[in-house]
Design a protein around this ligand. Structure first.
Ligand code: SF4
Length: 755
């Protein structure tokens, strides 16, 4: 039975306050009002349009889910500064195409290129030409079609980012690629949650959150594993604030207790806005990669203390006896040593977990961007299943998504290892799709995003089509990525603004300007973390010659193989949604969505409801997982992981993270390590790995000994992307590295570069 404090909705909750200083005056924290004024200034030329985007559109930021200014979880306004910051993409002027002729653009940063405005005209640059020149759509499509016709489909790769792309765009791209015989299509889901898909599919049969955001409000306990919603899904903090005030407890399992998970000021909740909210009731400071060992220690302790939900385990799961037997051979001390946790912390966690009727396990890239990411997910599932925390109110497993497109991208089949509906890619499923689509479909999995880089380096890619997806920032080892891009014969970049990767040399580089999700003809849908397919209407704005992306993939097919045009000739995108409903049965109902607020939630509030799992035998699967061997870290070296600041994906909004006060070149180090090295907060240092180096300034915090954190994507300079180091099931790169720390002369210029 739950022993948490009774829920109290009304009145004040001083026990939850972060302090008495009004709105945290004097503390390091975001200044939302100041930022909103800044946003108004940036968007001042088109404020009425910006208002329509906010009031009518589905947010193109993270995947928490909101239509207009309201969500499906809480009454009141749902808005955050991430969304406000994204507005500038919708209100920017059109870039003068003549500017693209400037050969120095290749030296500019993403932010500098963004400030040039929206791409409005097709551009082309042939090898030897100093810069881009404006071309007609006719020339552009002829060139793209000719490149596709002349290349073996296995030497063509398509990649789609999550830049606010809609399900309609992902679906059309996946269908278009396969129409042209191209299996190599992948999307941004690969480098954020592909290990979640692998781990969840194997254990629960579904590759999505099993619960809804409403459950966060009703649960006894939220466990945040390797995730920082204060940065990445800010309105989740509003849910947590309300839940905490009603008695929910929060545990943070992460090397660092992030400042925003220690305490937070929710701007749209009066009590929290004034007094702040203490978020974490317990911090479990696992070392990087120590989550699996910690999860094992938890399950072992649950067994020893008689806290396992025996009925659920017996009625709804398989593999428990094997896991319990294996855990009996493991010592708690050994597991805790591998996790970097002391016994009192384990005891505190197990006490909280054991007395909670329901718990929700939330995780993101702190779990997935590791060589054992899928095992980390399986280990979390073990913890969840042991207490029956699946398929009921106030309980669940939630891989929280940072981008509005990634859930739908994979579900729509813009994925190397899945067809629409997340069907596996094989001869049988390909034949079924071919029958319904009316053309042959390749039945072998394609290259994943990291494999596309490998293939390009090896000279095995002739054409790369990239919708957004600035590989130079997103993938590790930028010098290798640059070489890969340069070795592709024809690159086609579909985007709304210029990005650095467009300026990498190539035989033929074509830039196609596209519309945002709001501008695109007929609007579109995207799928939230809680599996809600939400409709965002068209909010008309012409940006010179930019085209709707869902139309454009059909144009590329027609330019390559005109005889296939009819398969992409939807009268409007309502017709396209009707086709999606036929091809992806769980999306049934999408064909009726047509106005702001319209949504369907596939699978309903809970997946695996009542303990009925989507696995072949209908039972949840426990996993026996070896504790990963520790990294080989020479004496005096450190393991560095990446972290996020004030940014969205690789788009940096601020040089200083308002939650921590650290600059982008901040190198987070533990207090004991800083003392041991004789270095103070702010000291100028250089990190050096086998693959590169990064200069920065120390930020002294409470981190486990021997570990560091640096901002991403800057930290990519330190990270090598060796195929052998990737997570085996999903091929997620290992976004961690072993580095040394060198003192740098204060004031010497900061750089990120090769070794
Ligand atoms: S929390 Fe996410 S979905 Fe909500 S407004 Fe912010 S970016 Fe958009």
């Amino acid at each position: 039975m739950s022993r948490r404090p009774p829920r109290r909705i009304l009145g004040l909750h001083p026990e939850t306050w972060a302090g008495l200083s009004p709105n945290g005056i004097g503390q390091q924290k975001p200044h939302h009002l100041r930022e909103m004024l800044d946003v108004a200034r940036i968007n001042r030329k088109r404020l009425p349009y910006a208002w329509r985007v906010l009031n009518e559109g589905v947010c193109d930021g993270c995947a928490l889910g909101v239509a207009g200014l309201h969500d499906w979880t809480l009454d009141g306004i749902h808005l955050c500064t991430t969304r406000l910051r994204m507005l500038e993409f919708n209100t920017a002027d059109v870039m003068d195409p003549a500017v693209a002729a400037d050969p120095s653009l290749g030296d500019r940063s993403l932010a500098e290129l963004r400030s040039l405005g929206r791409l409005g005209h097709p551009l082309r640059r042939l090898r030897g030409e100093p810069g881009f020149r404006r071309i007609s759509w006719s020339e552009a499509l002829q060139a793209v079609g000719a490149a596709h016709r002349s290349a073996d489909p296995d030497r063509i790769a398509w990649y789609l980012t999550s830049r606010g792309l809609t399900n309609e765009t992902y679906y059309t791209a996946g269908k278009a690629a396969r129409a042209l015989g191209i299996a190599n299509i992948d999307s941004a889901a690969r480098v954020c949650h592909s290990p979640s898909s692998v781990g969840l599919k194997a254990t629960t049969g579904v590759a999505a959150a099993t619960c809804s955001m409403r459950d966060v409000l009703e649960t006894d306990l939220v466990v945040l594993w390797g995730t920082n919603p204060a940065n990445n899904q800010p309105v989740f903090m509003k849910y947590l604030d309300q839940a905490i005030k009603a008695g929910t407890r929060v545990v943070v399992v992460n090397p660092l207790l992030e400042a925003g998970l220690d305490r937070y000021w929710v701007p749209s909740a009066v009590e929290s806005y004034i007094f702040g909210t203490k978020i974490a009731h317990l911090h479990v400071p696992v070392r990087p990669g120590g989550d699996i060992a910690f999860a094992h220690a938890v399950v072992k302790a649950l067994i020893e203390r008689g806290l396992v939900d025996d009925d659920f385990v017996a009625e709804h799961t398989d593999g428990w006896d094997d896991l319990a037997e294996w855990l009996s051979t493991q010592s708690t001390d050994g597991l805790l040593a591998a996790a970097g946790i002391d016994r009192s912390c384990l005891d505190a966690f197990v006490e909280l977990y054991g007395e909670s009727d329901g718990a929700i396990h939330v995780w993101s890239m702190g779990i997935t961007q590791h060589p054992h990411g899928a095992d980390g997910v399986r280990a979390i599932v073990n913890v969840g299943l042991a207490r029956g925390n699946v398929g009921r109110n106030g309980a669940g497993l939630m891989p929280i998504r940072g981008h509005s497109g990634v859930q739908g991208g994979a579900e729509m089949g813009a994925y190397a290892t899945a067809f629409p509906g997340q069907l596996p890619v094989n001869g049988e499923t390909a034949a079924g799709l071919a029958e319904r689509w009316g053309f042959p479909v390749p039945g072998h999995p394609g290259l994943t995003a990291p494999e596309m880089i490998d293939a390009a380096i090896a000279g095995r890619i002739d054409v790369l089509v990239s919708s957004g997806g600035n590989f130079l920032d997103v993938m590790p080892e930028p010098s290798r990525v640059r070489a890969a891009l340069a070795s592709v014969g024809t690159r086609v970049h579909l985007d709304i603004v210029a990005t650095p990767q467009m300026f990498v040399d190539g035989n033929d580089v074509i830039v196609l300007p596209v519309r945002t999700r709001y501008e695109q003809e007929g609007g579109g849908t995207s799928t939230t973390t809680e599996r809600r397919v939400a409709f965002s209407p068209e909010i008309p704005r012409d940006v010179a010659e930019a085209r709707s992306e869902w139309r454009l993939y059909g144009d590329i097919v027609a330019a390559t193989r005109p005889e296939l045009r009819a398969a992409f000739d939807w009268a409007d995108n309502a017709s396209l949604r009707a086709e999606i409903a036929r091809i992806v049965p769980v999306y049934a109902g999408i064909e009726h969505l047509c106005a702001t607020g319209d949504a369907i939630q596939w699978g309903g509030r809970h997946l695996c409801s009542g303990g009925r799992f989507a696995t072949p035998n209908g039972r949840g699967q426990f996993s026996v997982i070896d504790v990963p061997a520790p990294r080989d870290v020479p004496e005096g070296s450190f393991v560095v992981s990446t972290r996020r600041g004030k940014q969205f994906n690789s788009i940096i909004w601020a040089e200083i993270d308002p939650l921590t006060g650290a600059g982008r070149d901040g190198i987070y180090i533990g207090r004991r390590d800083a003392v041991r090295l004789g270095l103070d907060h702010g000291a100028a240092v250089r990190l050096r790995s086998a693959d590169g180096h990064l200069d920065g300034h120390l930020v002294v915090v409470d981190l486990p000994d021997g570990t560091l954190q640096v901002h991403w994507p800057e930290g990519n300079a330190l990270i090598g992307d060796r195929p052998a180091d990737r997570e085996p099931g999903s091929l997620m790169p290992d976004y961690n590295a072993v580095v040394t720390v060198e003192r740098r002369r204060a004031g010497s210029p900061a750089r990120a570069d090769g070794p």
